[in-house]
Ligand binder design. Structure first.
Ligand code: PRE
Length: 357
């Protein structure tokens, strides 16, 4: 080692000592917050506050560190501080190694307990029953569209959406050996197979494609059977000790999945929020026009409009609408009040901070 490094490392050691001291000072304050919350029975996880802290970090950042990297560090700092107040349990669509698990850690940091569930229904059940404080469920994918089961369950659950997480979906072709010798089937969740079909048609048109319950399950199968290749995220590859034949094989390089955090909590305004609604229009000419007109009149921007059959066999539809702003914002409250008066069905699914990515 050159002598020139020695003084620089001494500087780093001194800075680390300060960081350590400051982190523990922060943790001690969080513990005091935790005691007050325990006395008043207030919720430990406050997504609106965490969103403000993370946005503040990016706003104040003079560099050279990037905002994304700093926000990842702060997410972990808050996760660790929160776990000193109380450790929360998060249900998600398992098994471990799925994008849903990644969404859990992206929202809550890693100082949480996780509860992998076998289905989206089970995530709702575990959260409704209080086995988990929160659940994380996929809502939509940018190439494949809405996750119907989540939308159906949101209609009648007592839970509300308290956050959203957007994850870049990157699929890799993975095998036990890191090459395709002797591979007779490529396994993945049906959505992942669909998201990679052009690449698969161009590269391995002759190999059978088999849909399984999740990409992580495919990765587990590939570990146990060297005749099977899996399409999954690198995270699953690491978890199941697989080699990468080819990374980034998704047809759409901008492929993203949006997840909802569901729970009994209704967050307050964070300054940059979204409100999700479910609506049904009465059987009258122009009824959808009138419903959406309330939003336009009060200058409330709509960021999503999705329809889904009501499954009554009568060509009725539920509409899933996202608008900018929190339900406590005056314009949003007025628009929704008016809209509710014109709707055959109306439910606020939740008001929550807009995700950072
Ligand atoms: O401000 C609070 O309410 C805290 O509990 C502190 C803190 C933090 O570490 O900054 C931790 C958990 C909450 O979700 C929000 C923020």
């Amino acid at each position: 080692m050159t002598d020139k490094l020695i003084p620089l490392r001494e500087q780093i050691d001194a800075i680390d000592a300060q960081i350590l001291d400051l982190l523990n000072q922060r943790a001690a304050v969080a513990q005091k917050v935790g005691h007050i919350k325990a006395e008043t029975n207030a919720p430990v996880f406050r997504p609106e506050r965490e969103a403000q802290v993370l946005r503040g970090v990016a706003e104040r950042n003079p560099g050279p560190m990037g905002n994304t990297e700093l926000q990842t560090i702060w997410r972990e700092i808050m996760s660790a501080c929160r776990s000193l107040e109380k450790r929360v349990t998060i249900a998600f669509l398992g098994p471990a190694g799925t994008y849903s698990e990644q969404a859990v850690y992206q929202q809550f940091g890693t100082a949480v307990d996780v509860l992998p569930c076998a289905s989206i229904d089970e995530v709702f059940r575990a959260t409704e029953a209080g086995t988990a404080e929160f659940g994380v469920v996929p809502v939509e994918n940018s190439t494949e569209g809405a996750i119907g089961r989540t939308l159906d369950l949101l209609l009648h659950t007592p839970l509300t959406i308290s956050g959203e997480v957007s994850i870049a979906v990157r699929h890799s072709l993975l095998t036990g050996t890191g090459n395709m010798d002797g591979i007779t089937a490529i396994c993945a969740h049906a959505q992942a197979l669909a998201q990679c079909q052009i690449w698969l048609n161009n590269n391995y048109p002759e190999i059978e494609r088999r849909a399984v319950s999740s990409n992580a399950e495919a990765a587990r199968m590939a570990r146990d059977d060297h005749g099977i290749a899996a399409i999954a995220g690198e995270r699953a590859g690491v978890r199941y000790s697989l080699g990468t034949v080819k990374a980034n094989i998704q047809d759409d390089p901008h492929n993203r999945t949006r997840f909802a955090v569901i729970g009994h909590l209704q967050p307050g305004p964070s300054g940059e929020d979204r409100t999700s609604l479910a609506l049904a229009a009465p059987h009258k000419a122009g009824s959808i026009y009138r419903l959406l007109g309330s939003l336009a009149q009060h200058n409330v921007s709509m960021t999503r409009f999705e329809s889904r059959p009501a499954r009554t066999g009568t060509w009725e539809y539920y509409f899933y609408v996202d608008v900018e702003g929190h339900i406590e914002n005056e314009a949003v409250a007025k628009a929704l009040d008016e809209l509710q008066g014109n709707a055959a069905f109306f439910k606020v699914l939740g008001s929550y901070p807009v995700s950072l990515t």
